[in-house]
Design a protein around this ligand. Structure first.
Ligand SMILES: [Zn+2]
Length: 289
């Protein structure tokens, strides 16, 4: 059987003129300002897209009031549908949610929104592990909130709106997968046209045009990591996100590597000095010897 030369993706993702925040039945949504839609190709700048995704995901991961809210409501795992049951953090606490809201509005303005397809599930950043272990989920037979969730999802299909919590968890999940190494498993390729081209070529070529932003992000990540052997990394010294040529890279630049190493050398020297000082003070006074 001939091998497939399966390399080509192009995107045709909807992006509206702008987005704003709108609250309906206690849930905060990102809503397109106009109905004038243009389509663009997120694969044109894979590095830029992946860096903006991980930056926005990191802002969600860093928002303590948001994580406190979810943990105190025993949301395990973290699912967008739970905000229909427990009350939407983003509608109830707009002040505390501000850093996330600003990041998501900027993200949507640049890349549009994914299609709201089904329940988004993720978990918590590693630093919450201890609190997570202490959680035990209560059984709850109340499923009325699931029906409200489904009704809202169907209403959004025609308007192009997406709940803030859904986008926040989608981006948090990418951050956890790429930076904290959370196992992503399989992902569906949604809303795509597949084409097989084999005219004069010996090796048939399979190409796909993708219409959903989440799928484009997943495929862009696969192209970058599995295809090109690169990685999305956070610099150990300055915290900047960057595209690394090698998945073992830890620093964004030789300068940061140098700065980090000399910081550690200074730290170790200080610790040695302190230890030596402690040992000295432990010695008995000289007149007792
Ligand atoms: Zn750096």
């Amino acid at each position: 059987m001939p091998t497939l030369n399966f390399t080509h993706f192009s995107g045709a993702v909807p992006r509206y003129g702008g987005y704003s925040l709108e609250q309906t039945d206690g849930i905060l949504y990102l809503v397109p300002d106009t109905l004038a839609v243009r389509r663009y190709d997120p694969f044109e700048d894979i590095d830029g897209l992946l860096l903006e995704v991980v930056k926005a995901g990191a802002i969600v991961a860093a928002c303590e009031p948001f994580l406190d809210y979810c943990l105190s409501h025993k949301m395990l795992p973290l699912r967008d549908v739970e905000f229909w049951r427990q009350g939407d953090f983003f509608a109830a606490r707009p002040k505390e949610a501000r850093p996330i809201l600003d990041a998501l509005l900027a993200f949507a303005g640049r890349y549009g929104l994914p299609i709201w397809e089904g329940i988004v599930t993720t978990t918590y950043p590693a630093r919450c592990a201890q609190r997570l272990m202490a959680l035990c989920q209560d059984g709850n037979d109340d499923t009325a909130y699931m029906m409200r969730y489904e009704a809202a999802r169907r209403a959004c299909q025609s308007s192009g709106a997406v709940p803030v919590c859904t986008l926040a968890l989608t981006l948090l999940d990418f951050y956890l997968q790429w930076i904290e190494g959370l196992d992503g498993g399989f992902f569906p390729i949604r809303h795509a046209d597949w084409l097989m081209a084999y005219g004069q070529e010996k090796t048939p070529r399979l190409t796909a045009q993708v219409y959903d932003l989440t799928t484009c992000i997943n495929l862009a990540y696969a192209v970058l990591t599995a295809g090109q052997g690169k990685a999305v990394r956070q610099c150990k010294h300055c915290g900047t996100f960057f595209i690394a040529e090698d998945r073992r890279a830890e620093y964004c630049s030789p300068r940061c590597r140098g700065a980090y190493n000399s910081k550690m050398t200074r730290k170790r020297a200080k610790e040695r000095k302190e230890k030596a000082g402690e040992n000295l003070t432990c010695l008995p006074p000289s007149d007792t010897i």
